[in-house]
Design a protein around this ligand. Structure first.
Ligand code: SAM
Length: 333
């Protein structure tokens, strides 16, 4: 008698991700989901973050004259400056790869333009101490770098990637001056060593990275072998946010951000961390209003209709940035 062993069919992780999204997001986002789904499966749009450390002449003029890109976000109110160029809504042109200046420093960094918004929300100013709790590969770190920053990531290999990014975009003297401290530890442990140490903390968390999971097999958290890791994400996210809150000084701000549409990883984590901070640590935190962001940046990005806490940038065929969720908190005591 021949015994046949039943083997579960191997579905690609991208298919498992889409199945999961269809089930949960069609309930959460209702009528918005079909068009967001189409956008998530189309090519992502990029913004060019101008590197203020580069001495290449006329980077912005070149981008804006020869392409149809224009400045979409900038912060020039402080001594620190960041400027981002992107193509207008409906224009799906691509940026050329950045060229190095005479010292090898690249003129701009290409990233999802919406991922700059959590850094803008953090409102970093010179003289403020900043902790970037989950920093690799370093896109947001580059935006933060006008300040004295501490950047940390659990993964050693990803921290090496962060170092390579910084070497390509920052002059050697800047790195030598110790303006930035790079550490590679579990962000959950920092609550003990760094209690009340920072004016600003960015908690740009590991999440289901929805666009990546829907499109790319490699390093996909929806692989069957990573089911447990994926299910534990909301717990890890809550612990890291609590750690970020503990590392913040009284009156300081924490920005929590993900690149997922999931309510469980977004609003639910924030609400859970706020109540645990109060009950278990006696720390009161208040959610800060970011509604003005949606008004200020509605020309470039599509924002979700009002959420219970925080703001969500939705992928859209005419402006295919995101998803990015962000919520700003202030530590009161
Ligand atoms: N902020 C980065 C950027 O803009 O380029 C992206 C951060 S990525 C979404 C999340 C990071 O969290 C990953 O690099 C991962 O290695 C790191 N991570 C995961 N668990 C962590 C932990 N327990 N402590 C610190 N970092 C962690």
């Amino acid at each position: 008698r021949v015994q046949t062993k039943w083997v579960s069919p191997k579905f690609p992780a991208t298919e498992l991700a889409l199945h999961n999204f269809d089930t949960s997001y069609s309930k959460q986002l209702r009528g918005l989901w079909p068009s967001i789904r189409v956008a998530m499966l189309c090519e992502q749009k990029y913004g060019a973050l101008i590197n203020s450390f580069s001495s290449a002449p006329n980077v912005i003029t070149e981008l804006e004259r020869f392409n149809r890109a224009r400045t979409c976000c900038s912060s020039t109110q402080y001594k620190s400056q960041y400027q981002m160029s992107c193509f207008p809504k409906g224009d799906i042109s691509r940026f050329k790869p950045a060229r190095p200046d005479s010292s090898g420093i690249l003129g701009y960094y290409l990233l999802d333009a919406a991922s700059v918004l959590p850094v803008l929300a953090l409102d970093v100013q010179p003289g403020r101490t900043v902790l970037d709790l989950c920093a690799a590969p370093g896109g947001k770190t580059l935006v933060l770098l006008q300040t004295h920053s501490v950047t940390n990531d659990l993964s050693g290999s990803r921290t090496m990637r962060l170092c390579r990014t910084l070497q390509s975009y920052l002059p050697k003297e800047f790195l030598d001056e110790n303006k930035i401290h790079i550490t590679s530890t579990d962000g959950r442990q920092l609550r003990m060593t760094e209690e009340k140490s920072f004016d600003r903390v960015l908690v740009d968390i590991p999440c289901t990275t929805d666009k990546h999971s829907a499109m790319v097999e490699e390093n996909n958290v929806f692989k069957r072998s990573r089911t447990k890791e994926r299910q534990k994400l909301p717990l890890l996210q809550t612990q890291l946010l609590l750690s970020g809150i503990q590392a913040t000084r009284q009156g300081g701000n924490v920005v929590y951000s993900t690149c997922s549409l999931s309510q469980l990883q977004n609003e639910c984590v924030v609400q859970q961390a706020i109540s645990l901070a109060q009950q278990e640590l006696g720390i009161t935190v208040q959610v800060q209003d970011l509604r003005w962001f949606a008004q200020r940046f509605s020309d470039t990005f599509h924002f979700a209709p009002q959420l219970s806490v925080g703001e969500l940038i939705l992928p859209h065929l005419r402006a295919n940035f995101g998803p990015i969720y962000m919520c700003k908190l202030q530590r009161m005591n």
